[in-house]
Design a protein around this ligand. Structure first.
Ligand code: F3S
Length: 407
């Protein structure tokens, strides 16, 4: 692998042990995947933030790296933590967990990382341009960066993303290279997509089918109206969960298909005519709902506004959490949406996500969500029984405390 003079100096430890360790990780990955060189990255999204997943060993590792002088060289944002960093007491998170979680965020902050604690960095200022090389962890964000923004990233893990942030480099393999960005599957979608949940259901089915390959969608109805953020972030998140899809193309919509042929000549054709198998797979037979979750991936301001309109002047029977980035919550508060939702009994919860939060400590047993990704993960990660459906059905469950099955 070709390394520049500066990269060789980092690897040799001439810039200190923190940078040496980071460069060793980047070079090891490049060697495994046969990269010819490294490429500079313009931004990084780091995952591995929740203390629930990191544990004490993870926290010690981060503290040690920070103490060795690890400092990021490029703008770097953070994935969700295991709790709302400010409202954790009111929400019932245990103090022992909170103490360790705050220490994790502090270690990242010491490295110069912005504690955005969100899986939608592209909604809070980390927006790479078309063709830019980045190193992002968090599968739904990776999918959005590659597909909707046209940037280039592999699915990084926590340590490799952090190493990229410290060195400002990543190894040039996988989705950084033109030849790996063409679709191997042509997915002909013949059923209508009526809601964000339908896009999630589609993503669930296609992710299971294509695993880690690149699909190319031909939709009978294009997502509308703009902006396309909600349907596409939902679609990508679900495919990244049920499969390991890191890039997809949508004919007439995503940027790379506007610039060239992105379908491989020998692409396999798949037809989707029915989304009901996804709804069947992601729904448990529970009626009583303890908690309704909106905001997976983290909610945009528009999504919060929609919830506020729906619950205005109403009283909720189930708990309602809308998870979002702190910056978006602040904007929602300024617009009056947070007050409206809280008056109904709901919460706009920042910095966290139900999959990485210690939900078993909070007493919830059943969950309703409009996110296929959340419906896919929460039974195994958080021990909750889950209902999955469109936003209206979820908000009805929040108002009545029951899941109304469609006839
Ligand atoms: Fe984000 Fe958590 Fe969903 S990280 S994509 S809210 S599972």
């Amino acid at each position: 692998m070709h390394l520049t003079v500066e990269e060789r100096a980092m690897l040799a430890g001439e810039h200190g042990p923190a940078l040496q360790k980071a460069m060793e990780i980047i070079v090891a990955l490049g060697t495994i995947y046969g990269a010819a060189e490294l490429v500079p990255v313009t931004s990084v999204q780091v995952a591995g933030v929740s203390y629930k997943n990191l544990g004490q060993a993870g926290l010690d590792f981060l503290r040690e790296w920070a103490a060795q002088g690890a400092r990021v060289r490029v703008p770097t944002t953070l994935n969700p933590a295991g709790m709302d960093l400010r409202a954790w007491r009111e929400l019932g998170f245990p103090q022992t967990f909170a103490r360790q979680q705050l220490a994790v965020v502090e270690a990242y902050r010491a490295m110069g990382i912005s504690p955005t604690c969100s899986c939608t960095p592209y909604l809070v200022g980390n927006v790479p341009g078309f063709g830019e090389h980045v190193a992002w962890a968090e599968s739904s964000a990776v999918s959005f960066a590659n597909s909707v923004l046209g940037a280039r990233t592999n699915r990084e893990g926590g340590p490799s993303a952090l190493a990229a942030a410290l060195t400002g480099r990543t190894a040039a393999y996988g989705l950084h290279l033109d030849e790996n960005r063409r679709a191997r599957y042509m997915v002909d979608v013949r059923c209508p997509l009526r809601s964000g949940a339908d896009f999630g259901a589609l993503g669930y089915l296609v992710g299971k089918m294509v695993r880690n390959a690149v699909p190319y969608f031909r939709l009978s109805t294009l997502p509308s109206p703009p902006p396309l953020t909600l349907p596409l972030k939902t679609l990508g998140a679900a495919m990244a969960a049920s499969g390991a899809v890191a890039l997809y193309h949508v004919e007439g919509v995503t940027p790379e298909v506007q610039r060239g042929e992105m379908l491989a000549p020998d692409a396999e054709r798949v037809i989707i005519e029915d989304l009901s198998p996804a709804y069947a797979a992601l729904n448990a037979p529970v009626e009583q709902i303890d908690l309704v979750s909106i905001g997976c991936p983290h909610a945009s301001l528009d999504e919060i506004a929609e919830v506020a309109r729906a619950v205005d002047d109403r009283r909720l029977r189930a708990a309602l959490w809308i998870t979002t980035a702190r910056q978006i919550k602040d904007r929602a508060a300024e617009a009056g949406y947070v007050a409206t939702i809280e008056a109904a009994g709901g919460r706009v919860v920042a910095d966290t996500c139900l999959v990485v939060a210690p939900m078993d400590a909070l007493g919830f047993r059943t969950l309703a969500t409009n996110s296929a990704k959340m419906a896919f993960y929460t039974p195994s990660h958080s021990g909750l029984q889950v209902r999955f459906g469109p936003l209206e059905q979820c908000l009805d469950a929040a108002l009545t405390g029951r899941w109304k099955c469609e006839t």
